[in-house]
Design a protein around this ligand. Sequence first.
Ligand code: NAD
Length: 294
Amino acid sequence: VKKKASNYEKQAQPVKQTAVLGAGIMGGGIAYQSASKGTPILMKDIKDDAIELGLKEARKLFAKQVERKKFTTEQMAEKLTNIRPTLSYGDFDNVDLVVEAVVENPKVKDAVLTEVEGVVGENTILTSNTSTISINRLAQNLKRPENFCGMHFFNPVHRMPLVEVIRGEKTSDAAVGATVAYARAMGKTPIVVNDCPGFLVNRVLFPYFGGFSFLVEQGADFQRVDKVMEKFGWPMGPAYLLDVVGLDTAVHANEVMAEGFPDRMAREGKTAIQVMYDNDRLGQKNDKGFYAYE
Ligand code: NAD
């Protein structure tokens, strides 16, 4: 962990208008969170139906807040206008900060980041919500790598308080500052970390998943392990958490971690997590993981 997140904010340009690229699970959640806390956000995707899904998700979350009497219907309608869906870069010239949240594919991210860098102002901060791709690697093709850093949210965005702000080798303090300030404006707790496989949270979480996988491979009952960890005081056990994260995401992230830390994270043979994935048990996203979902 670098300097305290708050130290960077002194150098930050104000973040008044933002944009998110990708209206998927994360993009939709980021748009909702920004809009609900009052920062206008453009939500860009390449497909109309993706935009519709992102908006539907945001409307659902706003409606829940109305049910809980956190907002009135009028406030909800007003906050919803903070999200401006778009299929083009038309209004990107006055955006202060962009969060890239397209599919986890380095080539797609490279193309999208290069594209957006060409349409925004010179001082616009670009960030990526990547979970596994190196920030230094994504910065390589950018003309202004000093304006780029990671902004890693967790799923579901509206419930998870932490945001990892990942500083690349060339990232400026001003870029970190603006990103930290925006995270705070969204009601989140930012931490500033260096670029490495797994950043901070996944470096703690994946060895834990690995330990759990070992237990299951040795014959432990996963439900019992979950119950034990709940009694230990954690909100959920590792099997349930893996179902939430997605077994495909877990396998991919584990590969990245094993490549980055072969001495600690690489394993011979198949892990229990890999076996689940091979059997198309992806977790909540396809209704079957360690547990079955309706
Ligand atoms: P998703 O598949 O739900 O959404 C991706 C969206 O990007 C889709 O709507 C797609 O149409 C859109 N897209 C693709 N190419 C585009 C382009 N050129 N321009 C604009 N939009 C484009 O994916 P997701 O789960 O929301 O993940 C997005 C990013 O967030 C990934 O980098 C992922 O690693 C990261 N992330 C995901 C999670 C998670 O739990 N899902 C958690 C943290 C971070």
